[in-house]
Design a protein around this ligand. Structure first.
Ligand SMILES: [Zn+2]
Length: 105
């Protein structure tokens, strides 16, 4: 089970940056993009890491897949302020246009 948390713009004071691709927005810009369903940042703590890092929706699944190498199916739990979603993520299907995050957009 892999937990990824939706990063809420309101909880941030400083610019938010993806740890993978370095895409960066101010909290107010992120808030607008998030409301318009253009961008979601997630917080994810990789196995054996103490601290969570922030990743954009384009990068998060690749990062999860890379940190769970060898697993053909990963159970994802996506948490935002109100809901939790459980979904199955198949790393081998990454990049074929079918993303478990599609439900958010
Ligand atoms: Zn990114």
């Amino acid at each position: 089970m892999v937990l990824i948390k939706v990063l809420l713009a309101a909880s941030r004071k400083r610019a938010i940056k993806c740890s993978q691709c370095a895409i960066m927005y101010s909290p107010s810009d992120y808030s607008t993009l998030y409301k318009n369903k253009k961008l979601i940042y997630f917080q994810y703590t990789a196995p054996k890491k103490k601290h969570s890092k922030v990743y954009c929706h384009d990068c998060i699944l690749r990062v999860v897949a890379d940190s769970c190498t060898g697993e053909s199916q990963i159970q994802l739990k996506i948490i935002d302020e109100e809901y939790e979603w459980d979904c199955d993520f198949f790393p081998s299907e990454l990049g074929n246009g079918d993303s478990p995050l599609d439900d958010f957009f």
